[in-house]
Design a protein around this ligand. Structure first.
Ligand code: SAH
Ligand code: SF4
Ligand code: F3S
Length: 449
């Protein structure tokens, strides 16, 4: 049997999900197998997130549970990967006695070596950040499915003052364009129907002068029946060329995640976001002209240092102006080592909480209204499978990334595209009836409709 069963739990953003697949590929190559049962694992790895304090607290809580496993079986190797590994380094090993290895995002190639060291009873730390590592040559370990994540760049050079990512992920670097295209070709052959290109700031993708629009265009033509999504775009770097590229290719989804963070220019400046609300709103207008029907989502932080009631009102105002389809909304969380950490965290917890609730309530109202307006429209859905609640319904997503549910119909399966007519909607879900099966190249109606 040998000591070869690995269990991985992944926290944080999609980059971490993609990294866990790279980690699995590296381990698989060395003869490791994977288990979904924590209790039968010889190696337990947590791929962690540091973005907010509550993300880290959750992982500390989980380590508490995992301690029992180590108590029962002291040979189990416990490892911390990802952003917490990078941020806390040897503190993790010193404070959490059960942790045997700590490996940051750019050192995964050395993971097998660290596991061997741990089996020999030594603790190991690998947290060097790299200027060049992109894991370009590693084919991520993926189960068959419809949808895959592909990291196209790593790191971030933006240094927003609230954010740990530039510290935990290091400098920006892009993968080679051809290697991304090759990966999509392989996924297409395996029957995947959707890829999401990932980076903290995909708009600064640069492979020897080939920019993100070039990459997207190259990805779009690999397989016209595959949807191509991407995240995240920074408002400063989103180019006209990119907007025209999205408009041009049917299978590049009409959905842009464009974090605004705050509606106040004063706060944006303190955050080092490098754009004004005027620039941001112009960008949204331009995108809507170039890509009819494009939808937007955003990230918003409430209670950044010095945020006044007036600043907060400006955030609500920008939400009303843009009318996002969706938003990820957070309370500001001070992170050691960042510039904002040196500013006083002076917005009281209850004020942060109240402002956040107002932001969430407004977003819910807007999402509901937008979805109500879709009733009567036709939408092309990529079918993902049965709905969570019942096998009598199928679920999938629209081009604009909304979940849609419709009655299961003979002959329609996961991976098919169908046109449905929307009959009902909540703030989070569309409900509809099947009109017809379609192939993605016939979906023009959706783009102009
Ligand atoms: N690179 C992406 C995502 C970074 S992390 C981007 O630039 O949008 C995802 C989101 O977490 C951020 O957009 C921000 O809204 C939020 N976030 C990051 N640091 C935070 C902090 N210290 N407190 C609260 N929210 C934070
Ligand atoms: Fe963090 Fe800003 Fe980089 Fe996004 S762009 S990862 S928020 S520093
Ligand atoms: Fe978290 Fe690291 Fe992603 S801090 S959000 S896992 S880049």
């Amino acid at each position: 049997m040998g000591k070869n069963k690995v269990y991985i739990e992944t926290y944080g953003c999609q980059m971490n999900l993609a990294d866990s697949e790279i980690v699995k590929s590296i381990l698989k190559d060395k003869g490791y197998d994977f288990t979904e049962d924590l209790n039968s694992a010889n190696v337990v790895l947590l791929n962690t997130c540091s973005v907010r304090d509550n993300a880290e607290q959750r992982i500390y809580g989980r380590l508490g549970n995992i301690k029992k496993i180590k108590d029962n079986n002291p040979d189990t190797v416990i490892g911390i990967l990802g952003c917490m590994a990078e941020r806390l380094r040897k503190d993790l090993i010193e404070e959490k006695k059960i942790v045997d290895l700590v490996v940051g995002p750019d050192e995964y190639r050395r993971l097998p070596e660290f596991i061997d060291t741990a089996y020999a009873g030594e603790k190991g730390i690998g947290v060097k950040l790299s200027k060049t590592e992109t894991y370009d040559d590693i084919i991520p370990y993926r189960k068959d499915g419809l949808s895959a994540w592909i990291s196209v760049m790593r790191g971030c050079d933006k240094f927003c003052t609230f954010c740990v990512v530039p510290f935990t992920r290091g400098r920006e670097r892009s993968r080679n364009l051809e290697s991304v295209v090759r990966e999509i070709e392989q996924l297409s052959e395996r029957g995947f129907k959707e890829v999401t290109l990932l980076g903290q700031n995909v708009n600064s993708y640069n492979d020897n002068g080939r920019d993100f629009a070039d990459l997207l265009a190259a990805c779009a033509v690999v397989d016209r029946s595959m949807r191509v999504r991407f995240t995240t775009s920074h408002p400063q770097d989103l180019s006209d060329k990119l907007l025209y590229t999205i408009a041009e290719h049917e299978n590049l989804c009409n959905y842009i995640h464009l974090p605004v963070q705050s509606g106040s220019d004063r706060i944006l400046e303190l955050m080092n976001r490098t754009y004004t609300i005027e620039h941001y709103l112009n960008l949204i207008d331009k995108a809507r002209k170039i890509i009819p029907g494009v939808s937007f989502s955003t990230d918003i932080i409430s209670g950044f240092p010095t945020e006044t009631e007036e600043d907060h009102q400006m955030t609500l105002e920008v939400m009303r102006k843009v009318r996002y389809d969706g938003a990820y909304m957070f309370k500001y969380s001070p992170r050691e080592g960042t510039k904002a950490y040196k500013m006083k965290d002076d917005v009281p917890e209850e004020v942060k909480g109240r402002r956040l609730s107002e932001i969430i309530d407004l977003q819910q109202k807007i999402s509901y209204e937008i979805n109500q307006q879709l009733i009567g429209n036709s939408e092309i859905i990529l079918v993902e499978g049965f709905s969570k609640k019942s096998d009598e319904f199928l679920a999938g997503r629209t081009d604009t990334n909304k979940v849609a549910i419709f009655p299961a119909t003979e002959g329609i399966r996961a991976g098919d595209y169908v046109k449905i007519r929307i009959t009902k909607a909540t703030s989070a879900t569309l409900f509809g009836e099947v009109e017809e099966m379609v192939s993605l190249s016939e979906t023009k109606v959706n783009k102009t409709g």
